[in-house]
Every structure is written in structure tokens, then in C-alpha cells.
Design a binder for this molecule. Structure first.
Ligand code: ADP
Length: 301
């Protein structure tokens, strides 16, 4: 098959591995920097132009859209969809997953366990917001943050109030969340491909750090999921309309709670921690599904 990987940087680990796995399985792989694509939006013959030429005969795309490039990246993915090209993740599902609040609302509607969460922009009723999630200690998150930046643990009511006031001054959208203390600074990444969890790892934050992000010095190791965790991860990806997803959950006293569903989950951490050939699993998924044509996104939110 002719497969295009939409990625800004061909030297990134995930991009390299997908190319390698695709070529090993006999496919023609092209890395396409979606920011350099331009499009011809017509009913007659829509196309995607790249380096001055239309990208022709592409049978499937694997989007790897950077968080800060969602708007243009999903427009390029949508254009391929309009052309009838199979996309490993649907453009609408990618946009949906980039909005943390929308994600939590969709998951809640599907009965998936979440940390108790409040959302605010410029509320005057800070005490009320804090009480919504059961008081301090609590976690405050900037809606636009990634890699743990903008995620703050406020241990006391007073600290929570000060941080919320500071964010309010910046006119930022924030989430206020119950602090899952019993997670002990660890979270679990479940890598979903199709309707299976193909690999899972536990990430443990550095000593004294409640955030487990690998970018913040966290360590990862392979972990066996409980049947409940496995089911929650699969249901979360499905609720979001994502075929390929990194579902992050915390082990709480009241069962697994989902924090986030990532539509371009990185391959490096999970492959190194688990030894699973995630790239090949993704290519196999594309092989099996591209022949059936495009999925139609049926999520209503
Ligand atoms: P980002 O998307 O920026 O990585 P997250 O919401 O995933 O932000 O938070 C970063 C890390 O902080 C998580 O991986 C987790 O270890 C920790 N964390 C986030 N929310 C909570 C919470 N409600 N309770 C306990 N730990 C949390």
C-alpha cells in the first residue's frame, strides 16, 4: 500500500518507527509535513498539494498531529478524508481529543470513571468551585497545558484559592480536579489500537513529584492491566471515536479514573518500556481497515 505519515519531523522516534515498520511489511511509505501541504477545495477533484505536486494514489494516512498544530493539521486530514483516503484516526476525533474539557464531558456521558472535576473561566465563587471537588488537596490544570506544564497540586484551601485567582487574572480556562493521592505519583498509559489494548506501562514521577510525565523525569515500566482497566481504556477510545489512542488513567480507591485520551500517542516511551512493536501493530491495523474504506465518525459531541 501507499501510506503517508503526516508528521512535522521525519527524525522523530515515532515517525521513524512507523516508516521502518511500514517498509518492513512491504508498503511504500512517505513522510508528509502537513504544515507544508496546501489544498484545493473543490467538489470536482479535491487534492492535497505537496512540494508543488498533488499527492496522488495515497491509500491511507497515519496522522501524527502536534498539539499546537491541531487546526491546520486536522484540516489536512479532513481533506484526505474528503478524497476518500483512509485515515488511521478521524479528523473530528483528533479535534475532539485536543479539548480536555470536551473529552471529560464525553467520557462522563459514557459512564467512564473520572476524577471529580470542576471547570471555570472567571468565576467569582472560588470557594464553591473548590467545594465542588471536595476541597483541598486538589489539582488545578490549565486547559491548554501539555506534558504536565500548568498542572498544579494545591495542598491547602488557601493555596488553591491563590492559584485559581492567579489563573483567573490571566483569563485562562482551568480545570479543578479531585487529587487522587492513592495513585502515589504514578499513572498508567494504555495504548489502544483498533479495539484492543496492545501495550501498557506505568509511569512513576520522580521522587517528590506528583506528575508522572516522562518529560518531567518520570520512569516507565511495563504493567499488567486489570480486566476493568483494559475495558475502561477500550471504552474511552471508542467514546472519543479514536482507533489509535493513548488512554491515561490513575488507579484510585474507587477504580480506574481516566485523565486524558491522546490521539497521537508517542511510541518511544511505550516501546522501550514494554518491548512491544507498537509501530507494526499500527501498520497492521491500517492494512486491515483501509480496504473497507473510511470509517464514518458517529460521535455526537
Ligand atoms: P498533561 O496533559 O499536561 O500531561 P495531565 O492532566 O496528564 O497533564 O497531568 C500530568 C500528571 O499529573 C499526570 O500524568 C498525573 O501523574 C498527575 N495528575 C494529574 N491529575 C491528577 C489528579 N487529579 N490526581 C493525581 N495526580 C494527577
Amino acid at each position: 500500500m501507499k501510506i503517508a505519515i503526516l508528521s512535522q519531523d521525519s527524525s522523530l522516534y515515532s515517525t521513524r518507527r512507523l516508516r521502518e515498520a511500514g517498509e518492513q511489511r512491504g508498503h511504500e511509505i512517505r513522510i508528509v509535513n502537513y504544515l507544508r501541504c496546501y489544498m484545493n477545495i473543490t467538489a470536482h477533484k479535491p487534492s492535497v498539494m505537496y512540494n508543488g505536486k498533488p499527492l496522488e494514489n495515497v491509500e491511507a494516512i497515519i496522522p501524527r498531529i502536534g498539539a499546537s498544530r491541531t487546526f491546520y493539521g486536522t484540516a489536512v486530514v479532513r481533506q484526505f478524508e474528503v478524497m476518500g483516503v483512509f485515515s488511521a484516526n478521524d479528523s473530528q476525533a483528533i479535534s475532539r481529543s485536543r479539548d480536555k474539557l470536551r473529552t471529560l464531558q464525553i467520557l462522563a456521558r459514557n459512564g467512564i470513571g473520572l476524577p471529580v472535576t470542576g471547570f471555570a473561566h472567571a468565576t467569582q465563587d472560588i470557594d464553591g468551585l473548590i467545594e465542588t471537588v471536595g476541597g483541598a488537596p486538589l489539582v488545578i490544570k490549565l486547559l491548554e497545558g501539555t506534558q504536565g506544564i500548568g498542572v498544579v497540586l494545591a495542598e491547602t484551601h488557601q493555596a488553591a484559592k491563590s492559584v485559581i485567582e492567579a489563573f483567573r487574572g490571566l483569563e485562562a480556562n482551568i480545570l479543578v480536579q479531585e487529587y487522587i493521592k492513592e495513585a502515589n505519583g504514578a499513572d498508567i498509559r494504555c495504548f489502544v489500537v483498533g479495539n484492543k489494548v496492545i501495550a501498557s506501562m506505568k509511569r512513576q514521577g520522580a521522587e517528590g513529584e506528583f506528575r508522572s510525565n516522562l518529560h518531567r523525569g518520570g520512569k516507565a515500566e511495563r504493567i499488567k492491566l486489570t480486566p476493568e482497566e483494559r475495558s475502561v481504556a477500550i471504552r474511552s477510545a471508542k467514546a472519543m471515536g479514536l482507533s489509535i489512542a493513548g488512554v491515561d488513567l490513575l488507579r484510585s480507591d474507587h477504580g480506574p479514573v481516566v485523565m486524558e485520551v491522546n490521539s497521537s500517542p508517542g511510541l518511544e516511551g511505550i516501546e522501550k518500556a514494554t518491548g512491544v512493536d507498537v509501530a507494526t501493530k499500527i501498520i497492521e491495523f491500517v492494512e486491515k481497515n483501509a480496504i473497507f474504506g473510511n470509517f464514518k465518525d458517529k460521535i455526537q459531541y
